[in-house]
Design a protein around this ligand. Structure first.
Ligand code: BG6
Length: 480
């Protein structure tokens, strides 16, 4: 079926940095329908040709070597631009007319991609409704909503309510690009496409799980947005909780959107709510030195750029197994990893048997940038009695499969066009994620909020966070 993707916020950073490069790569690989049209909408007054030229420059910059001018020219023929203001109903009438003409009245899938500033999500959805653009009489109509979906539970509920007045839930695709990452999907395969991991993936064998999303970059030019969001809204409520859900969920009955999302949301419901008096013991907030001198940040800002949390999942599989989540900007390196730390052996047979968790079995799932999986285990040192040393089995994506790992947006855009919502968040899922985060956000802004620890850029967050972990007999796995 023919398809049109309409990008609201066309002149924005996400469009040029991620969306158009991903669509171009899909085109280059022959994955897009030959009748796909791409229509950009924003207030800037571009002609079709001007927007194409602008995108040619940015796409070349972001896709690097895989850019090919001839290929681009063919791809660009399907790109159009329609100026429009989300506040103006007339602009939606014109847009609707433009799309109808472009599609020639044929049955066509339409994906409305909201890549605008979050405050425009609600008005854009309302305008689409008023212009009758969600009606599916001439083909499927879907809306893709970028993160952040709300700023707390209340606003997320309101956004869901407004969205559902215009679109049915199966038309709504709430995006979290972490789910589009190959290695995150591979976690499902690792767990449910193999037999050896699942039997030990539980409290009987696992001491704790660590999920780290460390970024080397600081807030850069996004300080204005970031200062009002902070690390919990920017990273924890979405990306880290998504990783936690995939690591902790039960096997879905089928590989199908609702089966998967049912299992994921059960994990969120099982997370023990943090009581106000526990926030000091179970959460940790930090800010990198120099943050307050960034352009767009209040000099007195107390916005956390680093967070560490200890969460408990109250179910049979995970009872008593803490999940440590941590994320920060301006850290030592860029790395996203999930560490499954197994118990120490129950009885010491050899002269230097592991007695600390650091020496015990550990499975490290490297989500990025060195995509792969390592299994650490003890090995006998040759010619040294029964002395042991930690060694590892190392699976590396690049070595094994060669070729570049696709950008998350490629997979997600294709899924949205094809109507597969498996890797998108459902309404109840985003609300349940806010339910986990709201008490933390409230306690962190209360009068007697926990200390904001400072850290130097280029390190693994505040020293106090390392000590906090050591005091629990555990250690962060600080490896790039
Ligand atoms: C975004 C956050 O959702 O994810 C950014 O808003 C963050 O602050 C980014 O830098 C990280 O994404 P990735 O794919 O580079 O890990």
């Amino acid at each position: 079926m023919a398809a049109t993707i309409v990008i609201f916020g066309a002149s924005g950073d996400l469009t040029s940095r991620k969306l158009i490069p991903a669509l171009y790569q899909l085109y280059r690989k022959g994955r897009l329908s030959s009748t796909l049209n791409i229509v950009g909408v924003s207030r800037t007054k571009f002609t079709h040709a001007e927007w194409r030229e602008e995108l040619a420059r940015s796409t070349e910059k972001f896709v690097g070597e895989s850019f090919n001018s001839e290929n681009w020219e063919q791809f660009a023929e399907r790109i159009y631009y329609q100026p429009g203001d989300i506040g103006q109903p007339d602009d939606f009438t014109s847009l609707s007319k433009f799309l109808d003409e472009l599609e020639g009245g044929e049955t066509c899938t339409r994906v409305y991609y909201l890549s605008t500033a979050p405050r425009f999500y609600q008005p854009a959805i309302e305008q689409l409704g008023q212009a009758g653009m969600s009606c599916e009489s001439n083909g499927p109509r879907r809306v893709v909503i970028e993160k952040p979906f709300g700023t707390d539970l209340k606003s997320a509920r309101e956004l869901n309510r407004v969205t559902h007045e215009v679109f049915a839930e199966q038309q709504v695709y709430r995006i979290d690009h972490y789910l589009g990452k190959e290695t995150v999907q591979n976690l499902l395969v690792l767990r449910f496409g193999n037999t050896i991991f699942e039997p030990i993936w539980n409290r009987n064998y696992i001491d704790h799980v660590q999920i780290t999303v460390a970024e080397e970059v600081d807030v850069g030019s996004r300080a204005g947005y970031y200062d009002s969001a902070g690390v919990v809204r920017d990273m924890v409520q979405n990306h880290l909780l998504q990783l936690l859900m995939v690591a902790a969920m039960e096997a879905p009955v089928r590989y199908e959107a609702d089966s998967i999302r049912n299992e994921k949301v059960k994990v969120l419901h099982a997370i023990r709510p943090l009581e106000t008096e526990q926030i000091r013991d179970y959460t940790f907030r930090g800010q990198y030195r120099g943050y307050t001198s960034s352009k767009g940040v209040e000099p007195t800002s107390r916005t956390p750029t680093f967070a560490a949390l200890k969460l408990w999942i109250d179910n049979w599989r995970w009872q008593g197994v803490p999940f440590y989540l941590r994320s920060g900007k301006a850290m030592s390196c860029r790395t996203t990893q999930i560490v499954i730390q197994f118990h120490c052996p129950p009885h010491n047979l050899f002269e230097n048997s592991p007695t600390s968790l650091g020496e015990s079995n550990r499975l490290v799932i490297q989500v990025q940038p060195a995509e792969g999986i390592q299994l650490h285990f003890q090995t006998k040192v040759p010619d040294a009695g029964m002395k042991m040393r930690q060694t590892d089995l190392n699976f590396n994506y690049q070595k094994e499969f060669r070729g570049a790992i696709p950008e998350a947006y490629e997979r997600l855009l294709l899924d949205a066009l094809e109507g597969d919502a498996s890797l998108f968040a459902r309404a109840d899922e985003v609300e349940a994620a806010w339910k986990v985060c709201d008490p933390i956000l409230e306690a962190w802004t209360a009068r007697d909020k926990p200390t904001l620890f400072m850290y130097d850029p280029g390190f693994w967050g505040p020293d106090e966070c390392r000590e906090w972990m050591l005091a629990q007999g555990r250690e962060w796995f600080d490896t790039c």
